[in-house]
Design a protein around this ligand. Structure first.
Ligand code: KG4
Ligand code: ZN
Length: 336
């Protein structure tokens, strides 16, 4: 079964052709990051206009590089939330038009569920896929959630951020330090040259519950920088390495504790921040020490992409969870 998947929830326009929920025949991602850089963040109106400009060429390219034509497509999948409403609408309109014209099923997919399903795309022919139940940490620019995945389509949210998402904290700290946008990859790179123990930043809610709070760590960085002047000014590398370490400590501690409490043998990582090298390393080490298996998608499937949407949609289809042509964008759609 070939699914044409479309993802336009934020600032990436992406289309993919996914066969049987596991074989990515093609995956095209057009990033708008260059257009938003000068504003230091995503401008929703700019994002939706850029999606309109490139959506059709991206779909054509995805079909062509998969060696397929529209007649080879059995269903169309699209992200319908959460995200920027104008951006979501562009993908939804394109998906509806194709589903209507070809008279094939339309499958609306939750963006967060898509991130979880990035772990079901095999990285090699013998690569294992997560076995239920497993705990999944979703960390992106807009969301930070700890999820218990009980079965396909059966999720329980154990905790979520009470303020900033982890990626948002990275982006805001980078903006404050005038490092550029998006902040996550820049901080990740600079932190490799710094000492993660140089400054001990707060680790909010460590050891208690499964909710997160990151705005306090961000404020701690701002206050520290404002306090330290002249010779006492820390090296940027040490500053961001210490900040990144505080974030990683909180994320990893809660994830491992949840896996133990809910008797899961597998821990999965998802979302843009799962590209973070410190987080990946620390999670792998802690999982190993606690006899847990780690599932981390390859970098290209950590950040927003349509292949993960196509993979999730296949499992929707198998469970007959099909949408109709009245599908609407839901900006604040919840996972459950
Ligand atoms: O999942 P994603 O592509 O889009 C959303 O759904 O938000 O995540 C984007 C976020 C941004 O905040 C970006 O700074 C962060 O992921 N990010 C990283 C890294 N790469 C991307 N954060 C930390 N380290 C990275 N290497
Ligand atoms: Zn995302």
């Amino acid at each position: 079964m070939n699914i044409l998947a479309i993802e336009t929830s934020c600032d990436e326009t992406s289309a993919a052709v996914v066969k049987d929920g596991k074989e990515v025949l093609s995956g095209i991602v057009a990033s708008q990051v260059e257009f938003h850089k000068k504003y230091g963040g995503i401008v929703p109106e700019v994002a939706s206009r850029k999606h309109i400009e490139v959506i059709n060429p991206i779909i054509r390219e995805a079909l062509a590089s998969a060696g397929t034509e529209l007649k080879d497509i059995d269903a169309v999948a699209v992200t319908y939330g959460p995200g920027l409403v104008g951006s979501l609408m562009v993908g939804i309109c394109a998906a509806k038009a194709i589903a209507y014209a070809l008279d094939i099923p339309l499958i609306g997919v939750n963006h967060l569920e898509g991130h979880i399903y990035a772990n079901f795309i095999p990285q090699s022919p013998n690569h294992p896929i997560p076995q239920f139940p497993f705990v999944c940490l979703i960390v992106s620019g807009g969301h930070t959630l700890l999820v218990l995945a009980k079965d396909h389509g059966k999720f329980q949210v154990l905790g979520r951020t009470r303020d900033d998402a982890a990626g948002e904290a990275f982006d805001k700290v980078a903006r404050f330090l005038k490092l550029g946008y998006p902040g996550g990859p820049i901080i990740d790179r600079l932190a490799k040259e710094g000492d993660p123990n140089a400054i001990r930043f707060t680790r909010p809610m460590l050891g208690t519950g499964y909710d997160f709070s990151f705005s306090g760590i961000k404020t701690a960085v701002v206050n520290y920088v404002n306090k330290m002047t002249g010779d006492r000014k820390p090296a940027t590398e040490d500053l961001v390495a210490s900040f990144q370490q505080a974030i990683a400590d909180v994320l990893v501690e809660k994830t491992i504790r949840a896996a133990k409490e809910f008797n899961c043998k597998t821990v999965a990582l998802a979302g843009g921040v799962s590209a973070n090298s410190r987080l990946r390393k620390q999670l792998k080490e802690e999982c190993f020490a606690n006899h847990l298996t780690t599932q981390i998608p390859p970098l290209e499937y950590c950040t927003d992409n349509a292949a993960m949407i196509g993979c999730a949609a296949y499992h929707h289809f198998r469970q007959e969870r099909i949408s109709d042509l009245a599908l609407q964008a839901v900006a604040s759609l919840r996972l459950v």
